[in-house]
Structure formats: C-alpha cells, structure tokens
Design a binder for this molecule. Structure first.
Ligand code: PLP
Length: 452
C-alpha cells in the first residue's frame, strides 16, 4: 500500500478501507470468498504486462514461453481436479466463460451437421452466400435455462444479457409446492421447445441437481448440455458433490467462475468433453480479448490449493455450515425457500418479516451483515425489490466459522429483521425500499458479530 500510496494515495486509502470494511462485517454474499495470500500475490506480478492471444504453443505474439508454462499448468491442474478431458483457463469472468461456451456450441454445429448441408469440408470453403444462410441458422437457435426467480443466472437466457438476445429462449422453473427442480417438467419443456442448448446450474437454488438426469433429457432432444457451476465449483472440487451431482462427467461443456466457492482469483474457466475442445480453444479471439496471464497463474495456484485434503475439508464445512445456518433460521421461525439447503447457500423468504428483499438487505447492511436481495419463486415484489435474501457460507467458513458461529449469525439476522419495519415514501405511500431499523439494533448486532 505504501508503493501504491506514493503514486495515488486515494487508491491506497480505498484499498485500506476495503480491508477494514471486510474485516468489520459479516460477509454472507454467496458468490464471495477470501482468496489466500498466495493467490492474491500471484495476481500482482509482471505477467500482467504480457500479451498472449492464442493458446499454449500457438500465440499471435512472440516471447510467450513463460505464459505457456503458466497456462499449461493451470489447465493441467484443472483437468486433474475436475476429471475433465479438456480445460480452458483464459476466460476473464463467468460471463465470459459462458460466452465462450455458447459460441463453441454454435461453432461445433457449424463445423458438423450445418457444414454438411453446404457440401463443404471446412468453414474456409463456405461462400458468402453460405455464410448469409448460416447467419440466419445461427440466429434461430433455442436455449432452455433455469428461470431467474427459481435461481438461474442472467447468462442463462435473460434479456439483459446477450444470451437472451442471441437465442430464442424459454425457461424451466421449480415445483410451486416444494421449490425443487421438477425433472419431468424440464423434460416436457425440452421435448416441446427442442433447444440447441440446455443450461443447468444456478446462482440461487439451495439444493443439489441431478446432472445425469439433465444429460438424459438433453440427449433425448439432441441438445448440448451446458452446466454453469460458477457457484458450487468448490463443492465439486472438494468432492462434496460426486456421482450424479458432479456436472463435469455428464455435461458436454461445464463453465465456472474461479473466485466463488472455489476460492481462487476473479476469473472464469470452461471444461469440456473432447469433441468440444477445439471450438472452446478458440475462445480468444472469438469472444475474448488477450488472456490475463497473471490471473491464469493465480488460477494455477488456487487449483493447487483445491487439490489438497484441507480444501476438501473446507468444502465439506461450507455445506455443513449452510445446514447449520438453515437450522438456525428454521428453529427461530423464519421461512426458507425449499425449506433448507444442501449446498453452500440459503434463500431466506423475508415476506415472513413483512419486508421486501431490498428493505431486508439494507437493514442488514446497517448492522454490518452483508448479503444480497434475491428473487424467490413467483416473487410478488419482482426482480428489483425482490422478496428474498440470499446467504452463503463460503467466505465466513474461510474465516473459520463453524456450527455455533452460524447459529449465532442466524440469530443476529433474525434479530435485525424482526426489528425492521417497512417505511413509506415522502408522499406517505407504502414503499418497497425505505425501512426503519429499531433503535440500538445495529450497534447491538455489530458488537455481537465482532465477537465471532
Ligand atoms: N454464472 C453464475 C451461475 C453466476 O452466479 C455468476 C455470477 O454471479 C456468473 C455466471 C457470472 O460471473 P462473473 O461475475 O465472473 O462474470
């Protein structure tokens, strides 16, 4: 920070303040974690200065021998860690990884059945007329993903993201009674919609998914199964999810972020079956800019950490702690979507406290509890105000929290929410955003959180 401060003191100060804030609050955002010092330090090196478009051994720039070493090690660790035939470690983020996957699925079809229609052996033989017709074909593809309010992600076919614009899209949801995935309903939708891509995976679904079943459905309609394991990659690496709950052997393509439960640097990755390897490999420059070599190096370090038995124990604690947190809420009368959890997150339905997600999130933040508001199935308050708060255990588990601490966290959250009332607009109408937190609650909760 001294070195940074000698150039731009305000950035040094903001960095110092960020550390202080993270230390002073309870970080319960399900997609966040604390990367190790080794991972953080690997990101601050001279690899940041290097351009390296292309792939290992096939770069558009000279002098990439050390980047080649780094990328090859990161990919090798990733393949071993997840038992994947192929790993592409260049994506800069989860969204980028999904874009690489979408384009590689389309490229795979262009080079396969679509190419045959034009009687061409490879894409170089296609005429401008052929491309015109191909562009039409590409623009008519369909994607089936999990709906946002059931826990899916924006990149799974929603309008604000390119996936919702480049594909005709439909969504599958969860059972209205149980909140659980209904595979028969997914199958029926897939049969009717005949998608090119079925996306499984989630940001806010608190249960396990049977990926073998999802693959069966995809095969039935000749779709590519893409699994976005961004949220639970740490539980896959840590062998908490195995067999049918491990997406990698079942999906044609698996994408992930590296910074959530996997506890690596901020970034993305694509794992693929052999038949998709060559199209995924062209992610840069197809949809990605030059690789962030310093981040690829940090991914290699994080994957080396994730291979250890210590990481497996950590991953198991993340899942156990989520159960403790859920029990802590249920014993205090709070309502959870699906009634519990079997992964790293809990989705609290705050309508039982008479609040919107936005009000609950803000009141909790005042008390030093950092969460995010989240839609719940058939959300009466829509995607902006929402009716839920999503809570994850990866970050506080890294800090060493166990059963007792998470039970206390549930107690503190219930304390805040039971002492929060919905507020009104300036005109006196009911508001979905303003709120009144009871006197002294924030101080009381912060003090108790500080003791954890
Ligand atoms: N996929 C899922 C399931 C996510 O939850 C997220 C982010 O929260 C992403 C993709 C996007 O990741 P990033 O923010 O790294 O682009």
């Amino acid at each position: 920070l001294e070195v940074i401060g000698s150039v731009e003191p305000r950035i040094a100060e903001a960095t110092r303040q960020e550390l202080a804030d993270q230390r002073a609050s309870l970080k319960l955002i399900a997609s966040e974690n604390y990367a190790s010092p080794a991972v953080l330090m690997t990101m601050g090196t001279w690899f940041s200065d290097k351009y390296a478009e292309g792939t290992v051994g096939h770069r558009f720039y000279a002098g990439c021998q050390n980047v080649d070493t780094v990328e090859a090690i990161a990919a090798e660790h990733a393949r071993e860690l997840f038992g994947a035939p192929y790993a592409y470690v260049q994506p800069h983020s989860g969204i980028d990884a999904n874009l690489v996957a979408f384009w590689s699925i389309i490229a795979h079809r262009i080079e396969g059945p679509w190419l045959q229609k034009f009687g061409a052996k490879n894409v170089n033989e296609l005429t401008e007329e052929d491309w015109e017709s191909l562009r039409h074909e590409m623009g008519n593809q369909r994607l089936l993903g999990m709906s946002l309010d059931a826990g899916g992600h924006l990149t799974h076919g929603f309008r604000p993201n390119i996936s919702g614009k480049m594909f005709h899209q439909q969504q599958y949801g969860t059972d209205p009674e149980t909140g659980l995935l209904d595979y028969d309903a997914v199958r029926a939708k897939a049969r009717e919609f005949q998608p090119l891509v079925i996306v499984a995976g989630y940001s806010a679904y608190p249960r396990r998914v049977d990926f073998a079943k999802m693959r069966e459905i995809a095969d039935e309609v000749d779709a590519t199964l893409m699994v976005d394991m961004a949220h639970f990659a740490g539980l896959v690496a840590g062998k908490v999810f195995t067999g049918d709950e491990d997406p990698v052997p079942h999906a044609h393509i698996t994408t992930t972020t590296t910074h959530k439960s996997l506890r690596g640097p901020r970034g993305g990755m694509v794992l693929a079956q052999e038949e998709y390897a060559s199209s995924v490999d062209r992610g840069c420059p197809m949809v990605l800019g030059g690789p962030l070599s310093h981040v690829m190096a940090a991914k290699a370090v994080a994957f080396a950490e994730a291979r250890t038995t210590e990481f497996q124990a950590y991953a198991q604690r993340v899942a156990d702690n989520a159960k403790s947190l859920a029990e802590g809420f249920l014993t205090r009368g709070a309502r959870l979507v699906t009634g519990g959890t079997d992964n790293h997150l809990v989705l609290l339905d705050v309508t039982s406290f008479g609040l919107t997600g936005r009000q609950a999130e803000s009141a909790l933040l005042d008390a030093g509890v950092v969460t995010n508001r989240n839609s719940i199935p058939a959300d009466p308050n829509g995607a902006w105000y929402t009716s839920g708060v999503r809570l994850g255990t990866p970050a506080l588990t890294t800090r060493g929290f166990g059963h007792d601490e998470f039970d206390k966290v549930a107690e503190l959250i219930v304390d805040v929410l039971s002492n929060t009332e919905p507020g009104a607009t300036k005109a006196g109408d009911p508001s979905k955003a303003s709120y009144r937190l009871g006197d002294g609650v924030a101080v009381r909760v912060k003090a108790q959180a500080g003791e954890l």
